[in-house]
Design a protein around this ligand. Structure first.
Ligand code: FO1
Length: 306
């Protein structure tokens, strides 16, 4: 069975780990969000690609949901002593990833190539693709003006009002090599339990991806990141409201409406099943919180059979 997964960072990582435990990891292709990529101290940081890579390598700091386990932050401290900005916490070992990536990009490599090389070096068998090799940057408009996604999420701790979200560069971006093929040739496409606006939204904004999802013969199965009227992690609720989406599995389904075949939602939200059925979707209640490895695996099995 071939599976393609559209993935953000923290929310996606657990399900992807579950999927690689129940299928041949080489038959999974991950299409990762690069809308929150950023430049820190002159280095290209791809948070979602790294979160997914570290998770599948067994090296993610699972408590934080980003960065490497057992990390230290001495370079960050030293940069602070030199007066540099330190609100974006780059760990000492994580820095190696960003130096490696930036050096390769400056030497002319594509993000696709360097992402594959990082995965290979970390022993990850799954194919991890950036959604595009062209820059697409998620930006958030607040009452004080536009912020990059990381300024909004990390520097402002998502505590500012969001008036609008845009994916700068998306209209001119091309899907990275392999992305459309993975969607077309999959038996199942999984839309991970990631933020529909800032994690999945940028992938869908790359011309051709949404059409590919509408055209594929694969069963397209989403997992709701909204449980009990709130996001499992991160600012999805606020961002969904800003987009006029209900903060519920119905809002998630609405965001994916034209091409979604099934939505796995949490047991706590089983009351939405009838409404989702009415939208022509298979609504599948399950335990979606993935608080341990057994539950990651159990949810992965539900997703592959929904
Ligand atoms: N998230 C934070 O909340 N604070 C940080 O300081 C932070 C640093 C960071 C460094 C590298 C990296 O790959 C991710 C990092 N993240 C941090 C996570 C990241 O901002 C978000 O999880 C994603 O962009 C949203 O999916």
């Amino acid at each position: 069975m071939h599976v393609a997964a559209i993935a953000g960072g923290t929310g996606a990582a657990k399900l992807l780990r579950g999927l690689t435990a129940v299928m041949d990891a080489r038959d999974l292709t991950i299409v990762g969000n690069t809308g929150d990529d950023t430049e820190v101290w002159g280095l290209h940081v791809s948070p979602d690609l790294d979160t997914v890579t570290y998770a599948l390598a067994g090296r993610l700091d699972v408590e934080r949901g980003w960065g490497l386990a057992g990390e230290t932050f001495r370079c960050l401290e030293a940069m602070g002593d030199l007066g540099a900005e330190t609100w974006f916490n780059l760990g000492d070992r994580d820095l190696a990833t960003h130096v490696f990536r930036t050096r390769a990009l400056r030497a002319g490599a594509t993000l696709t190539a360097v992402t594959a090389e990082l995965a290979r070096r970390l022993g990850v068998a799954t194919r991890i693709l950036p959604m595009s090799n062209d820059p697409v940057r998620t930006r958030v408009r607040t009452p004080d003006g536009w912020l990059s996604f990381q300024e909004y999420f990390v520097r402002e701790k998502a505590q500012v009002q969001v008036l609008e979200v845009e994916y700068a560069g998306a209209a001119r971006a091309r899907p990275a090599p392999g992305v459309l093929e993975a969607v077309r040739e999959a038996d199942v496409v999984v839309v991970c339990p990631s933020n529909p606006v800032t994690s999945v939204g940028p992938v869908l904004a790359v011309p051709g991806v949404a059409d590919g999802l509408a055209a594929t013969r694969a069963r397209v199965v989403g997992v709701s990141p909204i449980v009990g009227g709130a996001a499992v992690s991160g600012p999805a609720s606020e961002l969904m409201r800003a987009r006029g989406l209900a903060v519920s599995p119905v809002g998630v389904a609405t965001a994916y409406a034209p091409w979604l075949d099934a939505l796995v939602l949490d047991h706590r939200d089983a009351a939405y099943v009838a409404e989702l059925d009415g939208l022509g979707l298979a609504a599948v209640p399950a335990d979606t919180l993935m608080i341990d490895r057994a539950r990651e695996i159990a949810l992965a099995r539900v997703v592959l059979t929904s």
